[in-house]
Design a protein around this ligand. Structure first.
Ligand code: ZN
Length: 250
């Protein structure tokens, strides 16, 4: 089976639409949350995600923008964007966001796999470094857990020691992919990257494909119309910082 894994779209349909065109053949979509928040097209992002369909977990922005959680822990820019998003969502999309399930979830009972937004131990926790990844890798929800939230493509694996995984991309102007063969004896935390607001210094949209028959994860990066997404953010009256950071990939 080929699972397409997408995360942290953040209402950026300029990035999402380019990725949709570029998606490789897949059987199912696992969406790790934060469909909305920050970007200027939340209703369109939700519509496309619902069309892509299948498996979802909720992100912290999905919760905040739909009123499931309050804005405690959100910086002022993120809070302003959440308030703007809530005001601009259709009532149907608001209800859809509210109903998204908490992770981790098992997307397929035949597979030793889990999907979560932050950490398998806490849906809102950031797994940025090896130290933070240690506890979930010592008590894994599955052999392979797919997570988002940090907007950093790659992840961690444990085989005796714990190691970071960072796909080695070269040219940030071209579409690219990097393959990772999973070892049967390893335990993995894999982040497909963020489609709508990458933060690993590479402004290209990121996503991943997991081929379960081949035990192969392929990381993708796609250039997109960043200026178009920035223009929409500014026109919407969202904080300019949200436009600027798209170009930096931070
Ligand atoms: Zn996010």
């Amino acid at each position: 089976m080929r699972a397409l894994i997408i995360s942290d779209i953040h209402a950026n349909i300029q990035a999402l639409d380019v990725c949709i065109e570029a998606f490789p053949a897949y059987d199912i979509v696992w969406n790790l949350g934060d469909v909305v928040g920050y970007g200027a097209n939340p209703n369109e992002a939700i519509a496309r995600c619902r069309e892509l369909g299948n498996v979802f977990v909720r992100g912290n922005h999905d919760k905040a923008c739909s009123g499931v959680s309050d804005l405690v822990g959100f910086n002022p820019v993120a809070a302003m964007a959440a308030i703007w998003t809530k005001k601009n969502l259709t009532s149907e999309n608001l209800e859809w966001l509210k109903a998204l399930p908490e992770g981790p979830i098992s997307p397929d009972i035949e597979l030793n796999v889990a999907c979560v937004h932050g950490s398998p131990l806490d849906e809102d926790q950031y797994l940025i470094n090896v130290h933070e990844a240690t506890e979930p890798l010592l008590h894994p929800a599955a052999q392979c857990t797919f997570f988002g939230h940090t907007h950093l493509q790659g992840g961690f694996f444990r085989q005796e020691e714990i190691h970071a995984i960072r796909p080695a991309f070269r040219d940030p102007r071209l579409p690219q992919r990097v393959e990772l063969k999973l070892r049967p004896e390893g335990t993995y935390l894999i982040n497909p990257g963020s489609i709508g607001q990458p933060r690993d210094g590479d402004p290209r949209a990121g996503f991943a494909l997991y081929d379960t028959d081949e035990s192969l994860v392929t990381f993708y990066r796609m250039p997109y119309d960043i200026a178009g997404a920035q223009k929409r953010i500014l026109e919407a009256g969202l904080p300019p910082r949200l436009a600027e950071r798209l170009a930096d990939g931070r």
